[in-house]
Design a protein around this ligand. Structure first.
Ligand SMILES: [Zn+2]
Length: 214
């Protein structure tokens, strides 16, 4: 399908979803001075990494939902769009395409990490071409929040040529909230309390970014 039609259908679908879920409609999108896209990594058939008792796609979605809720509550004039409000598969192209279609001002993708050996902590990625940019600014704020208020071990800001970072035409970060492969950390990131705290960190970092750039 040609891109234009795909995005038009996407727009209609998402306007419908936003309206049905009682979130901001596309009308208030026009009145918003800032558009934020929150992307919960993986979904549907693509479960992402697997822990002992949890799947990455579920952790990502729960944290993303909380981030959206917090920002909608605390940031007037910010329209928040979720790439997937539920457990469904969306291609990487469509995630980036959606953010470009809405001319978003910021794109935040939420993931959980996995490693073969022992590994612990959070890390936030930006595209290699985004050093010194607003993407890096937000990424630093997020990592600072994790370390200062989230009780997490920050592994810092890193670069990677991830599709969603490469294809989005606005500042974009991909944050890994912890290692699902680490028994202790999985326990934290799958818990309600842990997810609340992680979402608070991401939301507070975003609020700090907004204050600096408005
Ligand atoms: Zn992932």
């Amino acid at each position: 399908m040609c891109k234009f039609y795909r995005y038009t259908i996407g727009l209609l679908l998402f306007s419908l979803l936003l309206t049905l879920s009682g979130c901001r409609s596309s009308r208030s999108l026009q009145n918003s001075s800032f558009v934020l896209v929150v992307d919960a990594g993986h979904g549907g058939n693509d479960q992402g990494a697997a822990g002992r008792r949890s799947l990455e796609k579920d952790i990502n979605l729960n944290v993303a939902k909380r981030v959206c809720k917090l920002i909608r509550k605390n940031c007037k004039g910010v329209a928040v769009i979720q790439t997937r409000p539920d457990d469904e598969f969306i291609s990487l192209d469509d995630r980036a395409g959606m953010a470009n279609f809405y001319r978003a001002d910021m794109f935040i993708s939420i993931h959980s990490n996995s490693a073969r050996g022992w590994a612990e902590g959070t890390e936030t990625f930006i595209h290699p071409s985004a050093r010194g940019s607003r993407s890096e600014q937000l990424a630093r704020y997020i990592e600072q929040e994790y370390a200062r208020h989230g009780g997490r071990k920050s592994r810092g800001v890193k670069t990677a040529n991830f599709a969603v970072l490469r294809q989005t035409r606005m500042p974009a970060v991909l944050t890994e909230v912890g290692f699902i492969s680490n028994r202790q950390e999985e326990k934290f990131i799958k818990s309600r309390k842990g997810q609340k705290r992680l979402a608070r960190c991401i939301s507070n970092a975003f609020i700090r970014y907004l204050r600096q750039n408005r």
